[in-house]
Design a binder for this molecule. Structure first.
Ligand SMILES: [Mg+2]
Length: 455
């Protein structure tokens, strides 16, 4: 951190942590209303939508109406059709034979906390249409959900209630303002880079930051540059002009240097780096979106990245509570490897023995019978271990999440989401204010990676 001169922040789900359930409920109501207005059956309003259904990093198979969790090798590890879990055999038949083209239009990533409600609605509606034996094209259903939710964001159905009563939708973090102050007092300069519009940004930042610290009477006091409607990830790739926003939200072309206290909108990476007077690894950008905030800033610039993962709080608790079961599970895995070796050895010996005893002596036959008994015993032990491992795994997964298990891992392996965090985030934190627990010049070290030959 000692090399970092500027710390930039995304706003939604980064500085502003939403109350997930309240936001999900708002999105679902808005979307269902719009779907019904487009001719979908009114009983969609009566369905029970399980708000805890989705996690980030899921892949929607629009074509089959399935929702999938992949590991870092992009192998499907868990899946639901509607709200019914797909068995290992079903997954194998559907997704293991051909390469899964997750970038094709058949699939859609759930990669923000905003999007959890889309997955929840899709699963619930697929289930409801199936149960009622009413035919529906799953792809069309998903695309309609997406377009209705986008429309609800655009036309204010979602933003207006939040602006009218931020307390009902946002969490308050009393450590946020002091954490930003700690960075500033060490000489760091702060900027805001958000996709939200100026009016919305003003309301949220006033709510989150004003009235917290005497030296910062307005939210503008925390930031040296404020850029709204940034259009990330396009911001990192294209050359949109930077505009100055006045108090009535009228815009005019911006001139450098940027004025502290004013709001800007649009712009691009190059104009921002010019305005800040620094490039590359002297900028740390803090965001929550793996694609828009982390991956693009990493691929198109040399910015360092910090990812906000509010789910970490639950993830760490589940990890600690399940520690003994996790140890037992790894012991079983190790024991299973040994037994599988024994099994192969005995199988070979039996095959050799069968060849040698063809029409031959008594002793050969006794030996063969003994080895077959051993084989049976090993198989029984393996089956018992499998059963225990499966039970332990189910219990462990449920500690993390009732439907999907851990967000960042899957059966001891990184989940696809976890591997993206690993690849694109220099550091990750549960919330921005956690940065305030460390020196603004902290050197963050990660544990060393071991390859198999080093174990
Ligand atoms: Mg965000």
């Amino acid at each position: 951190m000692s090399r970092v001169a500027w710390v930039g922040f995304d706003m939604d789900y980064t500085l502003a942590i939403y109350q997930q359930e309240a936001m999900d409920r708002l999105s679902i109501e808005a979307t269902v209303d719009k779907l019904v207005a487009r001719g979908y059956p009114p009983w969609l309003r009566e369905l029970h939508y399980p708000l805890d259904f989705a996690i980030r990093g899921l892949l929607v198979d629009k074509h089959l109406g399935n929702i999938l969790k992949l590991n870092r090798f992009k192998i499907v590890r868990k899946g639901y059709h509607g709200l019914k879990e797909l068995s290992r055999n079903e997954l194998r038949a559907l997704y293991y034979e051909r390469k899964l083209r997750h970038k094709s239009s058949r699939y859609h990533w759930i990669d923000t906390l905003y999007a959890l409600s889309e997955a929840c609605m899709f699963a619930t509606m697929v289930e409801a249409f199936d149960e009622r034996k009413q035919s529906v094209k799953y792809t069309r259903l998903f695309n309609d959900i997406r377009s209705c939710i986008d429309e609800a964001h655009r036309d204010g159905t979602i933003l207006k209630p939040v602006m009218a009563d931020p307390d009902a939708f946002l969490e308050r973090d009393p450590s946020l303002a002091p954490a930003l102050h700690r960075l500033r007092s060490a000489g760091k300069r702060l900027f805001l880079l958000t996709n939200s519009g100026p009016a919305y940004t003003r309301v949220l930042l006033r709510h989150l930051l004003e009235g917290q610290l005497a030296d910062y009477p307005t939210f503008q006091h925390y930031f040296d540059a404020i850029i709204c409607s940034a259009r990330k990830p396009v911001f990192f790739q294209e050359r949109n002009p930077l505009l100055l926003v006045d108090d009535d939200d009228q815009t005019s072309p911006a001139e450098l240097p940027l004025e502290k206290g004013r709001l800007y909108q649009g712009g691009n990476l190059h104009v921002l780096e010019k305005a800040l007077g620094v490039t590359g690894n002297r900028v740390l950008y803090v965001g929550d979106h793996i694609y828009g905030d982390m991956l693009r800033s990493k691929k198109d610039s040399a910015w360092r990245t910090a990812m906000v993962i509010p789910e970490l709080v639950a993830e760490i608790a589940a990890h600690q509570e399940g520690r003994d079961e996790a140890y037992r599970w790894s012991d079983i895995e190790a024991r299973r490897l040994e037994l599988e070796d024994d099994l192969r050895e005995q199988q070979q010996a039996v095959r050799r023995g069968q060849r040698a005893t063809n029409g031959d002596a008594e002793r050969g036959r006794a030996d063969l019978a003994h080895r077959k008994q051993l084989l049976g015993a090993i198989r029984r032990q393996l089956r018992a271990l499998d059963r225990e491992a499966r039970g332990l795994r189910r219990g462990l997964d449920r500690r993390f999440h009732p439907y999907w298990g851990s967000l960042l891992k899957d059966s001891g392996e990184l989940s696809l989401f976890g591997s993206q965090v690993d690849d694109y985030a220099c550091i990750y934190v549960a919330r921005v204010s956690n940065l305030g627990n460390y020196s603004p010049n902290q050197y963050y070290r990660s544990p060393h990676n071991l390859m198999h030959h080093e174990l």
